[in-house]
Write a protein that binds this ligand. Structure first.
Ligand code: NI
Ligand code: MN
Length: 227
C-alpha cells in the first residue's frame, strides 16, 4: 500500500510504486519541521507553486540528489535554469512515470518566486498521484472551487491532502465543503499552524468534515499513513 508521511505544512513524503516522492519541501526556516533536508533522497520532487513555503528546499535537494522536479512549466523551467533535472507539466495534463501517473489540477492561488517573491513562475497547481491502484490528491494552496466535484467524480480519491489554514488558502469551513465536493475516502488537513496567520484547530475541522462520510486523519508531524 502507498503511504504518506507528513513533514509539516504542505510537505509530504510519499512512497509508492517503488519510488520516493517529496511534495513541497519547506523544511529550512520552517519552525515546525523536524526533518533535515540533507537526510532526504527522493526520486521525484513535486512542487505545487513557487512560494517559498512550497518550493522551499526543493532546488537544493534536487541539485544534491539528482531527483527530478515535477512542476508546472514555468516553475519547472526556472528550476531547470538553476541546474535541476525537471519534468515540466501543466494543468489538465497527465504523464505516466515509472511509479504511476501524475496529473495536474487547477489551484486558485499565486506562484511568485525569486529573491523578493515577485518573479513570475506561472500558475499554481494541485497533484493527482495515481499509483498502485490508489489515488492521492494534494490540493496545493487553493481556495475552494466547484470543479473539485469533477475532480472527485473523474478520479475517485483515496486520500486528499487539503489546506485548512485560512488567510492564504481555504479555511476549515471551506475545507469541509471541499471534502463534500471531492468525496474522498480519507482526508489529511495541512497548511496550518506553521506561522501566525494560519493557526487552526484541526480537530474541530475533523469533527465537521467527518459528517461528509470521509475518514479525517489528523497527523502529528512525522506520522505516516497508509492509504
Ligand atoms: Ni502559496
Ligand atoms: Mn503556502
Amino acid at each position: 500500500m502507498p503511504k504518506v508521511r507528513w513533514l509539516s505544512h504542505s510537505c509530504f513524503w510519499v512512497e509508492t510504486g517503488g519510488k520516493k516522492l517529496l511534495i513541497d519541501p519547506f523544511l529550512t526556516g520552517n519552525p515546525l519541521a523536524k526533518e533535515k533536508p540533507d537526510r532526504l533522497h527522493p526520486d521525484y520532487i513535486l512542487l505545487t507553486h513557487g512560494h517559498s513555503d512550497h518550493l522551499g528546499d526543493g532546488l537544493a535537494i534536487a541539485q544534491k540528489t539528482g531527483a527530478t522536479i515535477v512542476a508546472p512549466n514555468e516553475l519547472a523551467v526556472y528550476c531547470g535554469s538553476k541546474g535541476a533535472t525537471v519534468h515540466p507539466m501543466h494543468i489538465g495534463g497527465g504523464w505516466d512515470f515509472d511509479f504511476g501517473r501524475i496529473k495536474l489540477t487547477i489551484a486558485h492561488h499565486g506562484s511568485g518566486g525569486g529573491e523578493d517573491g515577485t518573479l513570475y513562475l506561472g500558475n499554481p497547481c494541485g497533484f493527482l498521484i495515481i499509483s498502485e491502484g490508489k489515488t492521492l490528491y494534494h490540493a496545493g494552496d487553493t481556495g475552494i472551487f466547484y470543479d473539485m466535484k469533477l475532480i472527485g467524480e473523474m478520479n475517485p480519491i483515496d486520500l486528499a491532502l487539503l489546506p485548512i489554514g485560512d488567510n492564504f488558502t481555504m479555511g476549515p469551513d471551506d475545507a469541509v465543503k471541499a471534502t463534500e465536493l471531492l468525496a474522498p475516502r480519507a482526508v489529511i488537513p495541512m497548511h496550518y499552524d506553521t506561522f501566525g496567520l494560519i493557526e487552526q484547530d484541526p480537530q474541530a475541522f475533523a469533527k465537521n468534515a467527518a459528517k461528509t462520510g470521509a475518514k479525517i486523519v489528523v497527523l502529528e508531524i512525522g506520522d505516516e499513513y497508509e492509504y
